[in-house]
Design a protein. Structure first.
Length: 202
């Protein structure tokens, strides 16, 4: 009889594409232009002042130039794409952004792509810096496997081992490949002798 043991491998998620947002007339078009092309348009004066400020704000955010960011936020306060300025600023600079501002953004933009994306990125940030208590306070059930695994790590780090093991077992059983966020649950289950022969050999 030949047995096959599940292989646990690390998988990586493809990097997300950057969307440069271009406003034309009264409508808003989301277009996948490169930043260099957009800047070329700005140099040719094909963008409105608000559009150019938006692109300049994005550059300031990338450089974490807090004075320039604050200035562009004031200029763009009433611009339809202002939420994108906040989103990119918070997403790239979690460590410099107070928690209440992140939570306010998520609440103000509820049920939108920006809100969901910022929330997922924030949870990932909290997990990577080991802010497990805050993670548990802010976490709600997620379909994203990595966030589920971070939740299990948070539970195990905050003396909720029984619950952590309960959530870890089905993930281990139903995923032949564990990504970087989930690999610690393999260690957790082995450490506490929760892997049965049936689980290993299936």
């Amino acid at each position: 009889m030949i047995f096959s043991i599940k292989r646990r491998q690390t998988s990586s998620e493809p990097p997300s594409l950057k969307n440069i947002v271009h406003s034309i007339g009264g409508g808003i078009l989301l277009m996948s232009f490169s930043l260099s092309f957009s800047l070329a348009l700005a140099q040719n004066k094909l963008l409105t002042p608000n559009q150019q400020d938006f692109l300049n704000a994005y550059q300031a955010i990338k450089q974490n130039d807090r004075n320039a960011i604050a200035s562009y936020k004031r200029k763009l306060k009433n611009y339809p794409l202002y939420p994108y300025v906040l989103y990119h600023d918070y997403r790239r600079n979690f460590k410099d952004t107070p928690k209440h501002l992140i939570k306010q953004f998520i609440a103000d933009n509820k049920n939108s792509y920006l809100s969901d994306a910022l929330y997922r990125n924030w949870l990932t940030h909290l997990a990577k810096i080991g802010y497990w208590t805050t993670y548990l306070e802010e976490y709600t059930p997620q379909k994203n496997l990595s966030l589920q695994c971070y939740n299990i790590q948070a539970l195990s780090h905050r003396k909720q081992l029984k619950t952590a093991l309960k959530y870890a077992k089905p993930i281990w059983e139903h995923n032949t490949k564990l990504n970087a966020a989930c690999r610690p649950i393999d260690t957790l289950l082995r450490k506490h002798k929760q892997l049965t022969g049936t689980m290993v050999w299936n």
